[in-house]
Ligand binder design. Sequence first.
Ligand SMILES: CC(C)(COP(=O)(O)OP(=O)(O)OC[C@H]1O[C@@H](n2cnc3c(N)ncnc32)[C@H](O)[C@@H]1OP(=O)(O)O)[C@@H](O)C(=O)NCCC(=O)NCCS
Length: 236
Amino acid sequence: MAVVYTTTGTVSSPLDLDHQVKGEYQQIQLNGNSKKGMKLKPKVTLTSLTVNNSGTLRKINSVVIPIVYSDKFYKDVLSSDLEEVNKLIYYGDIPVGACCCRFDNLNSTNGEKPPTLVILTLAVLAPYRSLGLGRALLLHALKEALHPTTPPPPIPNKDKPTTRGQVAPSPPRKSVKRALVHVQEGNEGAKRFYERLGFKEIERVENFYSKLEPRHAILMVLDDIVSTLGETLNGS
Ligand SMILES: CC(C)(COP(=O)(O)OP(=O)(O)OC[C@H]1O[C@@H](n2cnc3c(N)ncnc32)[C@H](O)[C@@H]1OP(=O)(O)O)[C@@H](O)C(=O)NCCC(=O)NCCS
């Protein structure tokens, strides 16, 4: 008996924006035993940034964000201590979004400058928005900031030569409970997106962007990643 598989909901190229996604699922139609079609949601996966997919990240950012980031930016976001927070997101086998962050004040002992996850870019290709992908990227980064999982590289002993086995492990990165992001003034959709996750508007930063209009940004801060994750994990 012939079995025919058809699929919908995919595009030939991840950045082929002329071909909007037609569905949010793969449809597998079985002709034969069953007349009913089965609808399966594509798998959503997160992948670490590497030199090999850095071009994909650049492409997504350039399509979504009206800022041209430097080569240094793209080099810095590949840093091993950011591996767990900086991710590409795949919808099925298509890379459709990415999140890039850095940590500030990690070694600060000044209570006024707490360790902070700074969200540098968060981008989802337009046809794939409102599917929860942006939220998934951000929640993943917040969770990893709070619960570091990647051990930092070992610190070699400078005084005497060491063999690989003698290299002392460095202390784990601090847990980071605070996050911030700058949202361009007027980007109400993004503001709403961050507010839903508990970010609060703190101040208007004048002339934050040198080559964009409007030039001003809204600084949004999440003071308690724990409560955001708690609320989310409890399903609210
Ligand atoms: C912000 C962004 C990453 C959200 O991605 P996403 O995958 O659509 O996010 P989610 O599906 O998890 O959440 C969608 C919610 O975000 C809000 N939102 C974000 N951008 C929006 C927009 N342009 N218009 C309307 N609502 C928007 C809405 O509240 C929306 O809820 P809804 O689906 O019920 O309408 C995506 O819109 C984007 O890439 N925007 C352009 C770049 C940008 O502004 N980045 C943020 C500054 S760093």
